[in-house]
Design a protein around this ligand. Structure first.
Ligand SMILES: Cc1cc2nc3c(=O)[nH]c(=O)nc-3n(C[C@H](O)[C@H](O)[C@H](O)COP(=O)(O)OP(=O)(O)OC[C@H]3O[C@@H](n4cnc5c(N)ncnc54)[C@H](O)[C@@H]3O)c2cc1C
Length: 425
């Protein structure tokens, strides 16, 4: 039995998982979870989908019940933003909130997430220019949609496309403006990006790739449209800026922890002082995927990473020695399409397409040095499941087999595991 006090700052996906796992794994001292938002920790993915449609309530998004925190003896502190940290050595220190409240801890976890990136554009401060990160943003967006005929989304990433699909299904004319030549260019191969773009166009969304906004147009202080660099003016009563997120690492900086695009942590999620743990969207971590090169670092913004990294970090807090290794995966529901990605591909990884004659469906496998490293599926959950499992178990599949649609991928992979003309390991 120990009296060590564990303090977790950030009541989101990662912070909630961390406190749950820490208790489960045997942390028996006091645990406090502090969140700046007034609501108990909730799941963010529905904010751009079911919640925005009015099909889910905030209560239904709760990550844990109130009874859970009570039963597990986890002190949940809401509506408090920690603004200063002092580390006194060996992982201990104090945290001070804007309200003046202070907490003393023996171990600290930062799970402060990320905030939307702003666009440095003329007119960005106009009324009706919105972002979407939390439930308050989602409520504002839902309320402001009333009576809107045209909405422009700046940024063809996951959140922007999810919102475009949701509002377009509700009868709003949606236009997506993406500066890169393809949608979601950072994570998808051009082949999959084209399938996604075609699906959005078929659903009535106007998709402009390779186009940059020059400024936002206003009328009486409210946004009235977007002017593109090429001169075209897009009318809009609402503009959603969905150009990615930035880690919230300012608190870590107040404690002198090394930050560089997030709190820099090692494979055990330990920050530069060797004790403080950082998990989820705010952490800059060594690439956990089995196919990674040792020096590769990144930030991962996904529910899977928030959960798996928090589980691994909780085991470190109770004395475990296992580094965080995992095949990252991600999903995005955009109207009628479900995109699922496992593994992290690089732009120069070889693309193997598994042809699918059915519209709106696609499976693409990515190879590096002839080894399977990632899979991208659109409306192909069965393919996704088997390849994700294969990636996790280190099973590869010859590219010719991957492209052969005479048999399901499951059959090819089963054969691979038996070592039939395949690489494993
Ligand atoms: C609209 C939307 C849709 C998404 N859809 C998907 C999806 O389909 N699939 C998927 O895998 N991922 C999706 N994501 C991403 C996923 O939600 C995040 O990766 C995940 O929530 C990260 O968890 P986290 O705990 O690191 O951060 P968060 O969940 O953001 O939690 C961080 C919390 O810390 C609080 N905080 C920050 N600083 C302080 C402070 N100083 N003091 C106190 N509290 C503080 C914040 O207010 C916040 O509540 C989506 C995200 C959004 C916004």
């Amino acid at each position: 039995m120990s009296d060590d006090r564990l303090l977790v700052v950030g009541g989101g996906q990662a912070g909630t998982q961390l406190v749950s796992s820490a208790r489960e794994l045997g942390w028996d001292g006091p645990i406090t979870l502090i969140g700046q938002e007034p609501h108990a920790p909730y799941s963010r993915p529905p904010l751009s989908k079911a919640f925005l449609k009015g099909e889910a309530s905030l209560d239904s998004l709760a990550l844990r019940t109130a009874a859970f925190y009570a039963e597990q003896d986890i002190g949940l502190v809401l509506g408090e933003r920690v603004e200063r940290l002092e580390l006194t050595g060996g992982g201990a220190g104090t945290a001070a909130a804007v309200s003046g409240r202070r907490w003393t801890f023996d171990r600290l976890v930062l799970a402060t997430g990320a905030r939307p990136r702003q666009l440095p554009l003329d007119g960005a401060g106009l009324d009706g220019v919105l972002v979407l990160r939390d439930v308050r943003d989602a409520r504002t967006l839902a309320r402001r949609l009333d009576g809107v005929t045209d909405l422009v989304v700046l940024g063809g990433g996951f959140v922007g496309l999810e919102v475009a699909a949701t509002v377009s299904a509700a009868g709003v004319r949606a236009t997506v403006v993406e500066a890169a030549p393809a949608l979601m260019a950072r994570v998808l191969s051009p082949v999959t990006a084209r399938v996604v773009e075609a699906a959005h166009r078929a659903a009535g969304i106007r998709v402009l790739t390779g186009e940059r906004p020059a400024r936002l147009l206003g009328k009486d202080g409210a946004v009235a449209g977007v002017e593109l660099e090429g001169g075209e003016q897009l009318p809009a009563q609402l503009v959603l800026v969905g150009v990615g997120a930035q880690p919230r690492d300012e608190l870590a900086r107040t404690a002198g922890l090394h930050c560089d695009n997030g709190v820099v942590v090692d494979a055990y999620s330990r920050a530069s002082d060797g004790y403080t743990i950082a998990v989820g969207d705010c952490a800059n971590l060594p690439d956990p995927s089995p196919a990674s090169s040792p020096a590769a670092r990144l930030r991962l913004e996904s529910v899977d990473n928030a959960i798996e990294q928090a589980k691994a970090a909780a085991s470190v807090l109770v004395g475990g020695q296992q580094p965080y290794r995992s095949v990252p995966w991600f999903w995005s529901d955009q109207g009628t399409i479900k995109i699922q990605i496992a593994g992290l591909a690089r732009a120069d990884d070889v693309v193997v397409v598994r042809p699918d004659a059915r519209p709106g469906r696609s499976t693409v496998l990515r190879y590096r040095d002839e080894r399977l490293v990632a899979v991208e599926c659109v409306n192909s959950p069965a393919d996704f499941l088997v390849v994700r499992k294969a990636l996790a178990s280190g099973t590869s599949l010859a590219p010719e087999a991957a492209a052969d649609v005479s048999r399901p991928l499951k059959a090819h992979l089963a054969e691979s595991q038996l070592g039939n003309g395949v690489t494993t390991g």
